[in-house]
Design a protein around this ligand. Sequence first.
Ligand code: ADP
Ligand code: MG
Length: 595
Amino acid sequence: MPSGWLPRTIANVTTNDDLRRILNRIDGKGYPAYKDIRGEYEFPGFTLLIDHVQGDPFAAPSRLRVRVPQSVAGYPPDTFANRSRRVALADFLTRAFDVACSQVSGRRGSGKSGLVAIDRPGQQILERTSALVDERAVEVRFVVGLPAAGRRVLGRQAAAMLCDDLPRIVESALHFASNNQAGLYRHIQTAEDADWLRSQLAPHGLIAFVADGAVLPRRSGVDDRPLRQGAIPFRSPDSLRVEFHLPNAGPVTGMGIPAGVTLIVGGGYHGKSTLLNALERGVYNHVPGDGRELVVADEGAVKIRAEDGRAITGVDISPFIGALPNGADTRHFSTANASGSTSQAANIIEALEAGARVLLVDEDTAATNFMIRDHRMQELIAKEREPITPFIDKVRQLYDERGVSTVLVMGGSGDYFDVADTVIAMDAYLPRDVTAQARAIAQKYRAERRPEGGDRFGQVTPRIPLAESLDPSKGRRQVKISARGVKTILFGTNEIDLTAVEQLVDPSQLNAIGQALYYARQRYMDGRRTLPEILDAVMADIDREGLDALDRRPVGDLARFRRYELAAALNRLRTLRVRSTQYAARNTQHATRST
Ligand code: ADP
Ligand code: MG
């Protein structure tokens, strides 16, 4: 940056003509001259806000906003009349803006020159900061690569982008009159129906619903769109069929999965994991045409898996893991390198601490020794020599004592018949209710194994995270937080590995979680509040103020996440330190005694 350069005052610059004039004036100058265009411009029919101007053509692109008053945008009140519709409308506008951008976006010089882009949603409809709608205006937030030749401003090119292309994008993507209105209504009605359906689960004693005709398989492990050819549509078994009357689509039938312990059995490759994956994603709404529009799960459903190698900080895993050979205290268990079974135990306890109501477990990603210990092994290795109490001996207590349901894919062990309320067999991708047969078999061949779970599930002790153990600084930056895809949050110098947190679906969720960790640290980690209390407070702020609560700057790349994934990120921060509420109580006692 040339020394002595100062941002020009832009108080008198107000219209698109002024913007064009500045851009023409700085044409050919050094790149920092672009800083002059920061500010607010009145265009015919909208306001352009240039919030952040990139420092050079290769840096993160500039951040802009467009605000269209409803008097121009013209969205009928029914398109954003409730939360479901508002979120879905904003999602629709983000997608429309994305399509319009890709038609004009292109290289106009070096680095990111010519880029015009908005956050790009996948198959889910999520609340995002990329677009906001209310009765006053429609706002979208996007990024622009301000064009340069080498490091010289291409002012005329920039004027073409911002003053000519942008108004066309705005009109085609953001005006109700020019939008695909049938598609728009289908979008918001689909989301509204899914939210409504989800709200009906608990009152009907269900934890999930899979509509008849739903298409569950995906195109590939890295492509979340529906399988293109040969997908067998879902068909519910008679005994589990329920019917709902949706607010928009009317009557729908499908399989209701009752609260309690549910097994999904069946031969290999018969569609068990595909069904469970659909339930995992059923905590989100899906776009029309996805195939899972009417596959919904309880909002508190959390996927549980083994995750060896993860760090664990001060978790009471004693309900599952007793005396370890190294003498470690499993009521306050910490490790930098968990085993399969201890990681799965911690994942469950942490989910319960965060308030999970349903656990989703797949044998494919579970630790075998955590899931089952059969009769012969009980004979060979005495209970006293085995720290692990297997899940089979705890899964009923979880439901009976704590009301936490489990859906478990288990093709490998019939011992689970003894503890299941419902058994669903997947047979060539179609479900059958085999509960009665499974019961009969359990009667006929009585399990010789002895239950090892004791009388009670045991305690879930909330922990108190300590603010000073979250350090977002890096080098000279006080706060440096970013995300890489759906797998990693970079928090200061720490990498939080979220590979095993399978219900994260969008990179913008990780951006938001990264910010939320910092927000929680600044606002709520006071050495007294427990993790669940902190989660309550952060989520309540987001409910009230939107995701903008998390970042002072207007940014367009935050997406809604659940409390479980926020907790999961904190729990995987390797520097985390906590105080257990048990220990805290004891410490207080000491203090009183010594004074
Ligand atoms: P399992 O867990 O029982 O071994 P998966 O759920 O992994 O089986 O499914 C095996 C394969 O079958 C996957 O490639 C999946 O995409 C495909 N598949 C699953 N459900 C269907 C369906 N309804 N129609 C067509 N293919 C399916
Ligand atoms: Mg499987």
